[in-house]
Design a protein around this ligand. Structure first.
Ligand code: T3D
Length: 259
């Protein structure tokens, strides 16, 4: 798969690194960049050889959200959001494999929403996170109003969204917005190392686990257990389940193949 000018896609075995690549604009996104990103995320989703994805940014930021210099940014905003922001969030949340955000620098506005749509976040110790929307008279979008309260609870989400203040790495970790804080130059290597570990695990089961946990955010216990039963029936039919049981009984490490 070829990378677009606005992001790069690099394969290394089962791990794919997607790098937002508009560093002069702190990787702020345009309609064209979002369409290209959505297209490639969907391709990664469908590619069984891809077993874990890392999303990061080029230069000193992760993503500053909407490119505020894009000439037609404010034309048909509701359509633009539906057609170019929502598909990114859906592609990340529905990706049937883990997605780790290596947040190498500032994540603001829709950039923070995109990080929150990933399954895990590693953050640079000198980075800031910002619900920047209200600073420019806007409301959260790109899933931010749904993802943020689920990460930190309603009152903290309200405070972050209405003040638009900068959240430093230590606070982001304490709030549960991110799972690890590292020196900037170690964020991507650490995320990639975790991605390699996850890519060697039973990918189908991990994807179904993700689906269960995502669905549980808005389902009853009964519905959750129903979906568990349905997906477990699929999991028991996989090569990796047979391999996992065989490895356990033979007292050796399993060799999962993602099928
Ligand atoms: O509007 C719609 O179409 C609706 C959709 C909205 C979705 C959204 O995402 S709304 C939120 C948009 N994003 C922001 O409001 C964030 C704006 N940026 C910042 O708050 C800060 O730049 C950061 C916290 C991200 C980083 O701060 P800092 O101090 O490290 O950098 P800086 O000096 O503010 O910015 C450096 C350069 O990047 C600067 O350009 P210059 O002066 O060197 O030529 C700045 O203008 C540029 N930049 C930063 N963010 C954006 C941007 N350029 C275009 N769009 C940006 N979002």
């Amino acid at each position: 798969m070829s990378g677009e000018a606005t992001h790069r896609v690099e394969h290394d075995g089962g791990v794919v690194t997607v790098t937002l690549d508009r560093p002069d604009a702190l990787n702020a996104q345009t309609r064209a960049s979002r369409r290209a990103l959505t297209r490639d995320l969907r391709a990664l989703s469908a590619d069984a050889a891809v077993r874990c994805v890392v999303l990061t940014g080029a230069g000193r930021a992760f993503c500053a959200g909407q490119d505020l210099r894009e000439p037609d940014a404010l034309v048909d905003v509701d359509v633009m959001i539906r057609e170019t922001y929502i598909p990114i969030v859906e592609a990340l949340v529905e990706m049937p494999k883990p997605v780790i955000a290596a947040v190498n620098g500032a994540a603001a506005g829709a950039g923070l929403s995109i990080a929150l749509a990933c399954d895990l976040r590693y953050l640079a110790e000198d980075a800031v996170l910002m619900m920047a929307f209200s600073n420019i008279g806007l409301v959260p979008d790109c899933g931010g109003s749904w993802l943020l309260p689920r990460a930190v609870g309603y009152a903290r989400a309200f405070e972050l969204a209405t003040t638009g203040r900068r959240v430093a790495a230590g606070e982001a970790l304490a709030l549960g917005l991110v799972q690890r804080v590292l020196p900037r130059d170690q964020v991507l290597p650490a995320a990639t190392q975790l991605a390699a570990q996850l890519a060697a695990r039973p990918t189908l089961a991990l994807g179904w686990t993700k689906r269960l946990l995502r669905a549980a955010e808005h389902s009853s216990l009964a519905d959750a257990m129903d979906l568990e039963a349905q997906l477990q029936a699929s999991a028991v039919d996989t090569h990796d389940h047979a391999e996992g049981v065989a490895a356990f009984l033979e007292k050796r490490e399993p060799r999962f193949e993602g099928r």
